[in-house]
Design a binder for this molecule. Structure first.
Ligand code: HGY
Ligand code: MN
Ligand code: MN
Ligand code: MN
Length: 426
């Protein structure tokens, strides 16, 4: 049967930006903190409400919806040749504490709107098109980033870890998942086979200032930086903050502080602006002003577009932790690498489809790398991958001031719609 063509006149691509903004605002109301901040953590009551909201929009868009054992949600528009590998798109809707309402959400609600745009244009997909809501892209609750997409890409280690892992309230992953109506089947049922998708594309705000500063409408991502997270614990004798003289102290808190500064030192001595690192979590026990910390728990996030250089930083941080423990007479009770992922490159054919789409839409675009990680980093293990960035206000993200204009979102949705259409017909 004749393939339908990509929407002939791109002017037939109409994005209902008002509805999209309204949906973004409504979704942001499912939050555990007051507006304008958004907090929506995996498997909480607000997360379940938000998932229901998105499933409803998928249904209204005529997508057939399914959910897997950890709550990845799939909305499929079956194509004329349903046996072919589908073209997928999607992102996440979980939000770290006190963050904004666009991170991830633009790539889920915008993807559903892209489907509506194509339907309104009369387009008929050859390959099925699938919108994915990934479970728990953020590491907030269980310390695991991109939990849903990591599992989809296949990870026996993660299945094992999820059987025992608990959150800070000592609730197990499995109990939390069951409370949200998931984890009935074995978690390895989540794995997707390599041939499931021919391409995966994620629409996301840039979470950086470049596109806005340079007045460019679309970022075409060529690679996603290699993320790693470390958990470190020190233990000392603690004691009275007044009575114990300095030579007799082994202060677990100051050991953590010294390691945090060592992270900065090792990152800066890498010689590349692409190497980054911080200590995002620091907990001191007992956490009383007049008690020398007897325990410290710190978590370190370090990334680089160059995997080798990033791994050298991790090695140096480990050496510093051992040295600090020795010189301060504290115990290094834990040095745990939570994740140490390789970077991912976008596929040439997806980049080309995006460049053609932006040209046809008369939009300016720029090739760039993503320093933030995304579910696309793991979907790249299953199929060709690409990402579309849109500008966001001053590059702000992971804070309530996060903002993307309806014009920029509409541009992003059109590029996504046209790219999906092109790849669906290939
Ligand atoms: O941290 C990240 O890179 C992502 O935004 N969660
Ligand atoms: Mn055919
Ligand atoms: Mn994020
Ligand atoms: Mn994100």
């Amino acid at each position: 049967e004749p393939h339908s063509s990509v929407p002939s006149s791109v002017s037939s691509l109409f994005v209902d930006a008002q509805i999209l903004q309204k949906q973004i605002d409504e979704l942001s109301s499912f939050s555990d903190t007051t507006a304008p901040s958004v907090t929506r953590v995996l498997y909480t009551e607000k997360d379940v409400l938000a998932r229901r909201y998105v499933k409803n929009l998928m249904g209204l868009a005529g997508l057939s919806v399914r959910e897997d054992a950890v709550g990845n949600i799939f909305g499929r528009w079956v194509g004329q040749e349903p046996e072919l590998a589908a073209v997928a798109t999607g992102s996440h809707i979980d939000a770290i504490p006190y963050s904004g309402k666009y991170d991830g959400v633009v790539g889920v609600l915008g993807a559903i709107e892209a489907i509506n745009v194509l339907k309104r244009s009369g387009f008929k997909p050859r390959r099925s098109l699938e919108v994915i809501l990934f479970t728990s892209e953020e590491p907030t609750r269980f310390g695991i980033s991109c939990l849903g997409s990591r599992l989809l890409a296949g990870s026996e280690n993660l299945v094992k870890a999820l059987k025992t892992i608990t959150d800070s309230q000592n609730i197990s992953f499995l109990d939390a998942a069951r409370s949200a109506g998931y984890a009935e089947d074995d978690l390895s049922s989540v794995f997707l086979s390599k041939g499931t998708y021919s391409a995966f594309i994620e629409l996301h705000i840039e979470q950086g200032p470049i596109l806005e500063e340079e007045g460019i409408s679309i970022g075409i991502v060529t690679a996603i930086a290699a993320p790693a997270s470390l958990k470190v614990k020190f233990e000392g004798n603690g004691g009275h903050a007044g009575a114990v003289l300095m030579p007799n102290r082994n202060d677990a808190g100051l050991a953590a502080a010294e390691l945090a500064l060592a992270v900065e030192k090792h990152v800066l001595e890498s010689g590349s602006i692409d190497t980054v690192g911080t200590m995002g979590i620091l907990e001191l026990h007992p956490g009383a002003i007049n008690s020398i910390p007897s325990k410290s728990h710190l978590e370190i996030d370090t990334r680089d577009i160059n995997e080798e250089r990033r791994n050298q930083v991790i090695e140096k941080i480990h050496q510093s932790a051992i040295r600090i423990a020795k010189t301060r007479g504290v115990k290094l009770s834990e040095f745990h690498i939570i994740n140490q992922d390789p970077p991912a490159s976008s596929a040439e054919e997806v980049i080309e489809a995006m460049e053609t789409a932006t040209r046809e839409l008369n939009l300016t675009s720029k090739l760039m790398i993503s320093r933030a990680y995304h579910d696309a980093l793991f979907m790249a293990r299953l199929s060709s991958m690409g990402m579309i960035f849109i500008p966001c206000y001053k590059g702000y993200s992971h804070k309530p001031e996060e903002f993307a204009s309806t014009q920029d979102m509409s541009n992003g949705v059109k590029v996504l719609a046209l790219t999906l259409a092109k790849l669906s017909l290939q």
